[in-house]
Design a protein around this ligand. Sequence first.
Ligand SMILES: NC(=O)c1ccc[n+]([C@@H]2O[C@H](COP(=O)([O-])OP(=O)(O)OC[C@H]3O[C@@H](n4cnc5c(N)ncnc54)[C@H](O)[C@@H]3O)[C@@H](O)[C@H]2O)c1
Length: 412
Amino acid sequence: MASTSATSLSIGSTLSFGHKSRSLAQPKPLGVRLKSHASLASFSGLKATTSVSCEAESSFLGKESGVALQRSVARKPQKQSQRLQYHLQPRASFKVAILGAAGGIGQPLSLLIKMSPLVSALHLYDIANVKGVAADLSHCNTPSQVLDFTGASELPNSLKGVNVVVIPAGVPRKPGMTRDDLFNINANIVKSLVEAVADNCPDAFIHIISNPVNSTVPIAAEILKQKGVYDPKKLFGVTTLDVVRANTFVAQKKNLRLIDVDVPVVGGHAGITILPLLSKTRPSVSFTDEEVEELTVRIQNAGTEVVEAKAGAGSATLSMAYAAARFVESSLRALDGDGDVYECSFVQSDLTELPFFASRVKLGRKGIEALIPSDLQGLTEYEQKALDALKPELKASIEKGVEFAQKQAVAA
Ligand SMILES: NC(=O)c1ccc[n+]([C@@H]2O[C@H](COP(=O)([O-])OP(=O)(O)OC[C@H]3O[C@@H](n4cnc5c(N)ncnc54)[C@H](O)[C@@H]3O)[C@@H](O)[C@H]2O)c1
């Protein structure tokens, strides 16, 4: 297993504030902790080779890559045995599969995951165009081996032995489309991919990105139940982009240091079901009623902002890849034994009367260790009204997903 010290990547956008032993009742900031200024300095992962020497341990490129770069700068002759040892004994130990890896999200997400020192193998699956993506990525001198898999016949092998499966396969929104318009196409894609996950790596963490997440996660749960392998602790709807956006917009609005800001986002992942809990923002900050309204609406519609700006060329891909990479990195840290990992995600839940609900969760080796209820306590009147208002829409989207999966089972 890779040691935790090698995992101080810079994918997360928040810091912990030194409250390492915070109880569950007191939520800690979301996301990946940055352990040193060295991590911050290497945030982009793009740096001149001359500065590698002091930051190899915490580099975004991973220690081994840093060492390799140092060697290349020093131009010391390298023994064959040293190079072999690097290849045969990487610190990285987890396998990650990306289904839909050749897409707008899949490609940058694959690149970001290729940069993780925790990943030993990166399996890229798509129905087309994935060979070139894999060949391109495989030239990056980071620890993971990149393998490509094309088409349904290669899907099972892409999933064997995998610890985390990320699913961004599907069609993105076009202007004028809602996430629910995507339902029929993406529901079938998610169904067939999750069936393969159930057959080939039932113990893996499953990260669903394909929209509408409010329905595709319940579909995945039903499929896994039908296959007799459903573990609610390991099925996640990726809502990290909502948190990333909330943190960014709040920091801009209130002139805060971006890296400090932490806003929990609960509910679901479409329109009004996205509920940023601005009253729970850390560091503590006050908002006028107008600011709350403006920020909430902007966070809820941020996806549409991108869809319209891209004018027909798709939806958010780069920020989504960044957010998904952060969620993968958090999952890998949890799998690696870090007992201090919290993220927001859309998961099976009993925090409200709805069977699925996005909230902050604590991640551990076996998946979700705890749902964090405290964010939902002491809501403002605005937040409570918004929570009440989102429930019928979220309930309907969940039921639509469950009905779809159950009908498919009857028809089969
Ligand atoms: N959760 C979120 O926050 C969030 C944010 C943005 C987009 N999305 C969703 O992510 C999905 C992908 O978006 P994108 O912009 O990358 O789309 P894209 O069209 O650029 O890429 C989708 C990829 O999926 C592949 N694909 C299609 N059917 C497949 C199948 N059966 N098996 C494997 N791969 C398959 C395509 O070949 C393509 O490479 C969309 O559903 C989009 O709505 C989610």
